[in-house]
Design a protein around this ligand. Structure first.
Ligand code: FE
Length: 167
């Protein structure tokens, strides 16, 4: 089915944004999993969410396919936001994992907002199959955000112990 209405066109544009978001976040998560080498539990969760993130991109592509569309290569606003998050310099103080937690936590909430708006738009467009997929993705983003939130204090404490002595 082709996109005829302005609502469908907007929904398709947002799905494209979500696709760009998931593909850039897969790269970020890959790096963060590597940074977490000394934190096996963090590394394992990052790798799990990396797999989820790659699947999210495929699921969003599936949503686009319902409209006869393929993900477009155009970088939207979200790509720019992502670039800024990726650009945060870490590593000087042995606190990469803490810094990564901060940006991952922010990004998960950006994703949560994105999928909540997509669900509303899909319902408005009368596309329950798209709303359902976005709802499934949303649950995994919320689970990741909650996991990060629970561990922030411990990661902060462990980062303090790893900090180089300042004399
Ligand atoms: Fe995510």
């Amino acid at each position: 089915m082709s996109a005829d209405t302005p609502i469908e066109k907007q929904l398709i544009a947002w799905l494209n944004d979500a696709y760009a978001m998931e593909t850039s976040l897969a790269k970020v998560l890959q790096n963060h999993a590597k940074d977490a080498n000394d934190f096996p539990e963090v590394r394992a969760r990052d790798e799990q969410h990396l797999e989820e993130t790659r699947r999210h991109a495929e699921q969003v592509a599936q949503c686009l396919a319902y409209f006869g569309e393929k993900p477009s290569a155009m970088k939207g606003m979200m790509g720019t936001v992502m670039g800024k998050v990726q650009g945060v310099a870490t590593g000087m103080f042995g606190d990469e994992v803490m810094k990564n937690f901060l940006s991952d936590y922010a990004m998960e909430h950006f994703e949560i907002a994105c999928y909540r708006s997509l669900i509303a738009a899909a319902e408005e467009a009368g596309r329950p199959e798209v709303a359902k997929i976005c709802g499934d993705i949303l649950k995994e983003e919320e689970a990741m955000a909650e996991w990060l939130a629970q561990r922030i204090p411990d990661i902060a404490r462990m980062s303090l112990q790893q900090a180089p002595a300042a004399h």
